[in-house]
Design a protein around this ligand. Sequence first.
Ligand code: KG4
Ligand code: ZN
Length: 334
Amino acid sequence: MSTVILGIESSCDETAAAVCKDGQIINNIIATQSIHESYGGVVPELASRAHQKNIVPVISEALNAAAITLQDVDAIAYTQGPGLLGALLVGSSFAKSAALALDIPLIPINHMQAHVLAHFIEDPKPTFPFLCLTVSGGHTQIVRVDDYLTMTVIGQSKDDAVGEAFDKCAKLLGVGYPGGPRVDKLAQTGDPHRFTFPQSDIPDLDYSFSGIKTAFMYFLRDEKRKNEQFIEDNLHDLAASLQFTLIDMLFKKLKKAAKQEKIKNIAIAGGVSANSGLRKHLQEEAKKHGWQVFIPKFEFCTDNAAMIATAGYYQLQAGKTGSLRDSPMPRMSF
Ligand code: KG4
Ligand code: ZN
């Protein structure tokens, strides 16, 4: 008998559902909330409302695409945190109600661990131990992964996440939201060495990305005093130089971590791992250092439920299930 897991993701601005049969992802349905674009960022209240509207259709679509009904589901994996409380509540409430009605196990998932486990959705899968640079809109982490459920954060941002730096600087450039992909696109035809921005210098394997955002803001202000059209005249070079600096900062600590842990299996995960410059740079560094690298497909970089269902599969195998008493954890860590 096969085991069917329904995965539900609702931590930020994507409502997503996926069906996993014996560890194989059957489908991966995502409803992206475009409403936030006009506000230049995710508005938590609007995100919760959109999740509420989307959750039933998204789950129905995932079940239909797998040619099953809710009665065929053996366990429900859902994002417990970290994320926006109101958004998490929608997914967890649905998961709990369905699990109660069907009398099946609930599997609470840590969203950041799920980003790492996105590498086990398809081949080639990394071998343990490996390091994962998990880079998203809310987190920047270097994770040592010893097993599916044995992960240690060995370095992380002390303030803003790198995705936040992309998004906030993109806003200063006036290129809209979501900023990361727009900076990425502009950077492809820009000169990455045209401008330099100061990099934070903090100890160990940790990061700080709040300084670059401030430095970028003052740099633009000063240049605009000299030339009102400065941003428009230099948009591609600004995007490329900003992206180059952020990637350089990420790799300085990643290289240090690889050396310290003596690990050559290196993976990237999270929304910012969709960045074309970051993916290219990883390949170049791999050649230099003899790393074996793992880069997820685009659809598994940004938020999705396939990674939640996959994490659920490994947790269920390890007997790590939750209960109806579990609450969403907006600041969940591991
Ligand atoms: O993992 P994710 O979808 O959601 C969170 O868990 O936060 O990551 C979203 C972040 C945003 O900051 C977005 O701008 C960034 O990932 N992002 C990118 C790219 N695609 C998404 N950043 C740089 N380049 C991209 N191509
Ligand atoms: Zn995420």
